[in-house]
Design a binder for this molecule. Structure first.
Ligand code: ATP
Ligand code: MG
Length: 355
């Protein structure tokens, strides 16, 4: 068992050439993952200083490799984004596009043994994207498909709570082993780092972490490939979303919106973002439909966008309770009317994905 504190101590013995402090103290050890015989982290530095830090990265790798029992080490040197804060409403100007592009090389291969990758997105936060991701995944699994869910929401990972999972994933043969809960394979950025750390992750680094979770998780095997990977994207249309959708071979996207005009404008932006990178919007879902927030807004918006409308999900306390309890409603109460809606949406999506 490799100890996180020991890893940090070893890294602190490597000096940051700018501050003269140890790497950990200087805040250069970001997104640290420590598992049996493995350690990895991201070192994000100003773009102009990547050359200065390349030998520091090598020194950090060498120091980690020298630790007893350490088998695999990965230190990723990445250049800081020009603007630190994620831009929720970035347009698709050239500047915005360039800003979202990571300056360090990032693997772009398809995840191994995964047949389809489906993104669940929303322009606005809190519209129920995670609730939809998890229940949609469960509804797809109920069709006999093998399904994985990836919580890529670096700013507020919620899959561990919604699926009742915890603990760092195991590492085997150079890949992370996803948790299995309610018949779904699950991986979350929240399992790799403390939530408070995740909040401060910045664009390129966050994209890098997500990319690693997509490509370096054992979602399927040659014999038993995963039919579909559902990715719960961070809300918004800023640089993380843009980089992620550029770097991940997505087969389609589902956009979640509440019926309100303000949420719909954001849904429109999300659609535009996917359109620009050639990822088909497989449909809009109206969540929290009913007396409180209204009905029909998303259907009208889908018609305006020329995108399919997948259906509405009621604002229903059972959905919230199930989520809070870490038990997807579709899995624990398949008879519930909301579960039936999820199954209908899953049927449409399975058909559009050719599953
Ligand atoms: N149809 C619904 N009926 C009742 N409660 C819901 C419904 N959809 C989502 N909720 C609740 O609303 C809250 C926000 O939902 P959720 O976390 O899924 O949204 P999100 O879009 O993923 O948010 P974030 O932007 O923070 O990631 C949760 O407490 C969830 O249980
Ligand atoms: Mg969420």
């Amino acid at each position: 068992m490799t100890d996180r504190a020991a890893v940090l101590a070893v890294l602190d013995a490597v000096t940051d050439p700018r501050s003269g402090q140890g790497l950990a103290t200087a805040g250069l050890v970001q997104g640290l993952v420590v598992a049996d015989g493995r350690a990895g982290f991201v070192m994000e530095v100003p773009a102009k200083e990547t050359a200065l830090y390349a030998p520091v990265r090598d020194a950090a790798e060498a120091a980690l490799k020298a630790m007893p029992g350490m088998e695999r080490v990965s230190v990723v040197l990445t250049a800081e984004a020009v603007t630190a804060a994620p831009r929720r409403t970035a347009g698709l100007s050239k500047a915005a596009t360039d800003q979202g592009r990571p300056k360090a090389p990032v693997p772009t291969e398809r995840p191994a043994h995964v047949k389809r990758v489906l993104a669940v997105a929303s322009g606005k936060g809190g519209v129920g994207k995670s609730t939809v991701s998890v229940n949609l995944a469960a509804a797809l699994a109920a069709r006999g498909l093998s399904v994985g869910v990836l919580d890529a929401d670096v700013y507020g990972p919620s899959l561990p709570t919604m699926m009742g999972i915890s603990g760092q994933p195991a590492y085997e043969d150079g890949a992370m082993v996803p948790h299995v809960a309610h018949g779904l394979k699950a991986m979350s950025v929240g399992l790799l780092t403390k939530a408070e750390d995740a909040m401060i992750w910045r664009g390129p680094m966050a994209s890098q972490a997500i990319n690693q979770m997509v490509t370096q998780t054992r979602w399927g095997t040659q014999e038993q490939p995963l039919d579909v990977l559902v990715i719960d994207l961070p809300p918004g249309t800023g640089d993380v979303q843009l980089t992620l959708i550029q770097k991940t071979p997505l087969d389609g996207a589902v956009i979640v919106s509440t019926p309100q005009e303000v949420a719909l404008a954001d849904a429109r932006r999300a659609h535009t973002l996917f359109d620009k990178v050639g990822v088909p919007t497989l449909g809009l879902v109206e969540n929290m439909s009913g007396e409180v927030f209204g009905t029909g807004g998303a259907e009208a918006e889908a018609a305006r966008l020329g995108a399919p409308y997948l259906g509405d999900l009621p604002l229903d306390a059972a959905l919230r309770r199930a989520g809070d309890a870490g038990r997807p409603l579709v899995a624990v109460d398949p008879q519930h009317p909301a579960s039936e809606r999820f199954r209908q949406i899953a049927a449409t999506l399975a058909a559009s994905l050719g599953l």
